[in-house]
Design a protein around this ligand. Structure first.
Ligand SMILES: Cc1cc2nc3c(=O)[nH]c(=O)nc-3n(C[C@H](O)[C@H](O)[C@H](O)COP(=O)(O)O)c2cc1C
Length: 307
């Protein structure tokens, strides 16, 4: 048999669709630790057992390998930021994430659709990971749909379902937030994009977006609409506004990318890439236009009217 190529194997494993969890514990020094995991599996009802597989590469591996208690939070649709924070952010992950604590003093993620507080039942060595088996001491099931993960990308059952429903359309509002000579961008599994949020209707677009920016640590004034387009493939209607941030909290998950380096940024989609390229060009003369169209074609209009 041929030696197994780990990269090819990882890709094949990635074809298996999963949910996304954040696994948390507190180490002996009292520090809260956590990592994003899709290796979560329910194991047994009697006794109540579950498992998750921490990798030996984790900076928190020793703490998880020795922990007496841990918690698993099943992330909700819309919690991609939390998943990305607990997969990649190197600072204090809990400072960027709303959380509560369970009966053992272990943090869990607020807004998770389910959470399980566990006592460590057994740890089994398994190659470059360990199998951490927990006995469920308490659990809670919340509302909403779960966040999904497949082929290296997050997906959302709600959005995917609505995409197949010709009657339904999702409205997303985003902001190109300028802060000094930079733009605040969010890093997603697909690449960078301006911060955005699902809005219930057009009437609450500005207020929902403003609250989202505050929650993301940016105190910003919203300006004119800059780009309005439909993604027919995903049945999503996007509206991006220009905005200017006066302050950005150090704990913000948004990255300040210098405007003169925007052309080097891998954006999450072609539509966002071309919008940001237009923005970088127009910012030089500060004469902004308005794009109306879809992801492929549209028309450019002279600004500026406020909505
Ligand atoms: C969707 C997703 C699922 C993941 N699942 C696991 C997992 O089951 N086990 C694991 O050890 N790492 C998993 N990771 C990677 C860890 O979250 C990541 O390596 C970790 O947070 C890095 O933490 P550190 O900087 O403290 O080492 C996953 C990452 C993502 C994005």
């Amino acid at each position: 048999m041929n030696a197994v190529d780990p990269r090819a194997l990882r890709k094949a494993f990635g074809r298996y669709m999963t949910g996304v969890t954040v696994v948390t514990t507190v180490d002996r020094q009292g520090r809260s630790l956590g990592f994003t995991a899709n290796s979560f599996t329910s194991v047994s009802l009697d006794p109540p057992l579950l498992l998750v597989c921490p990798g030996k590469f984790l900076s928190s591996y020793e703490a998880f390998a020795q922990c007496r208690h841990f918690a698993v939070s099943v992330l909700a649709e819309g919690q991609e930021n939390v998943a990305s924070t607990f997969a990649g952010y190197k600072g204090d992950r809990f400072a960027k994430t709303p959380y509560e604590t369970d009966c053992h003093g272990v943090p869990f993620i607020s807004g998770a659709i389910a959470r399980f507080s566990c006592e460590t039942h057994e740890i089994v060595a398994a190659g470059d990971h360990a199998i951490l088996i927990g006995r469920v001491a308490g659990f809670h099931e919340g509302d909403g749909r779960g966040l999904g993960y497949a082929e290296g990308r997050f997906f959302s059952l709600g959005l995917e379902r609505r995409a197949h429903d010709p009657e339904a359309r999702v409205n997303r509002a985003g902001a190109i937030v300028q802060h000094r000579d930079a733009v605040l961008l969010e890093r997603t599994a697909d690449g960078y994009r301006p911060p955005e949020v699902t809005v219930p209707d057009h009437a609450s677009l500005r207020s929902t977006l403003a609250v989202e920016l505050v929650n993301r640590g940016a105190s910003a004034e919203l300006g004119p609409v800059y780009s309005v387009f439909d993604s027919k493939e995903r049945a999503v209607h996007f509206a991006y506004l220009l905005a200017t941030a006066s302050t950005v909290a150090p704990s913000s998950d948004l990255e300040a990318v210098p405007i003169d380096r925007l052309q080097e940024v891998p954006f999450a989609s072609r539509a966002i890439g071309s919008m940001m390229a237009r923005f970088a060009t127009e910012r030089r003369t500060r004469s902004f236009t308005l794009y109306l169209g879809d992801c492929e074609r549209g028309s450019i209009h002279q600004q500026q009217e406020r909505v």
